[in-house]
Design a protein around this ligand. Structure first.
Ligand SMILES: Cc1cc2nc3c(=O)[nH]c(=O)nc-3n(C[C@H](O)[C@H](O)[C@H](O)COP(=O)(O)O)c2cc1C
Length: 345
């Protein structure tokens, strides 16, 4: 984490400097579906408003905007962790204005506080977390690391279920079916093609160096980003035979819960990074309604938001991000400070 602690307000043009700017840089480092980065930030005084940029919604894969909201939730988590690690309490309101549904969160710089060790570790991990689509080693993930991951989801009022061998095979079967089904969908191809274009001017989308190799046996059915890029076809490589797989659930399936799920997702991924674990997000099955229904927790109806894979993997490349100049909406704002609940630490 960059050691910037002062500067908690935006200038009159809405462009932040100092610590608040560092917090926004952490927010945009969040994972997002196809690296769409579907966010905008409106900053005034010591308040950051996070807005959905629906022009970046994936119409084929995510017509409801559920994964768009999960991505926004991940950015909200980074903003909170970064603020807290820099010694200010983040005061969060999700969906604060019912009349403005694209305003997904308002985070106000609260009173000074002694940063909790967990917040410092999680914020430090933000630039080191990348989606890793490489083969992992066969070394099992220790039970205590898995317990940390499930506790991270609990802390955000979501649920992470680490599968046993039988459930793992069943979950991976569902991922595989979803992935295969999509491979024959021309609309999906077109959308994938739009978000896998690379070039020096492109700071979003999934770049070829992040595609990873192809598991010829398809034990680990990672999304095939190369399907529309024959020149970039993935080379086959052996993947781990017994992957560690977990499913992230939220209590409900509402926009507020998707935002909660996104915060939980990022807390889990950063906790994995702190633990030296690599991670992969696999959401193909939650994008097909009848396959998603198979993942639903039959006991209490919790809704599946993502399938996650953890393990020990090689270095994986970072994907680009758009600069703050592109995502901060300049506005003088009204400077209002809202009441809110203190974020659980
Ligand atoms: C809601 C959501 C869904 C995602 N689904 C997938 C997926 O199915 N397969 C995959 O390989 N990556 C998936 N990702 C990871 C993104 O592709 C990744 O976050 C993005 O490309 C930025 O790269 P980074 O995570 O390395 O920063 C998902 C991320 C989010 C937030």
């Amino acid at each position: 984490m960059k050691a910037i602690t002062g500067g908690w307000t935006a200038g009159p043009d809405g462009v932040p400097d100092g610590a608040l700017r560092a917090c926004l840089e952490d927010a945009v480092a969040a994972p997002s579906v196809h690296n769409t980065q579907p966010w905008r930030f409106r900053v005034y005084g010591g308040t950051v408003e996070i807005l959905a940029d629906r022009s970046r919604r994936l119409d084929v894969l995510d017509p409801q905007g559920r994964e768009l909201f999960v991505s926004l939730g991940a950015a909200v988590f980074n903003l909170r962790a970064s603020m807290l690690a820099r010694g200010r309490v983040p005061v969060l309101r999700l969906l604060p204005e019912p009349a403005e549904p694209d305003l997904v969160a308002r985070v106000t710089v609260g009173p000074p506080t002694r940063p909790p060790a967990t917040a410092i570790m999680l914020a430090d991990a933000i630039p080191r977390r990348h989606t890793n689509r490489q083969p992992f080693t066969e070394i099992p993930v220790p039970a205590e690391a898995l317990a940390d991951l499930t506790a991270a989801a609990d802390a955000e009022r979501a649920r992470l279920v680490v599968t046993d061998a039988v459930a793992r095979d069943a979950v991976l079967d569902v991922v595989r079916i979803a992935e295969q089904r999509r491979r024959h969908d021309p609309a999906y191809w077109r959308e994938l093609s739009e978000w896998t274009r690379s070039g020096p001017e492109r700071h979003d989308g999934v770049p070829p160096e992040a595609f990873g190799p192809w598991d010829a046996l398809e034990t680990v059915p990672i999304r095939d980003f190369s399907v529309v890029r024959p020149a970039r076809r993935r080379k086959p490589a052996p993947f781990e035979r017994a992957p560690t797989i977990a499913v992230l659930y939220t209590r409900d399936d509402t926009p507020a819960e998707w935002l909660r799920g996104g915060q939980a997702l990022e807390r889990v991924l950063l906790t994995a990074t702190v633990r030296g674990l690599a991670s992969t997000i696999m959401t193909q099955p939650v994008e097909v309604p009848h396959l998603r229904a198979l993942l639903r927790d039959a006991a209490d109806g919790y809704a599946a938001q993502a399938v996650l894979r953890f393990g020990y993997g090689p270095f994986s490349a970072a994907s680009g991000r758009r600069g703050l100049d592109e995502v901060v909406v300049a506005t003088a704002g009204n400077g209002e400070v809202t009441e809110g609940s203190k974020v659980p630490e």
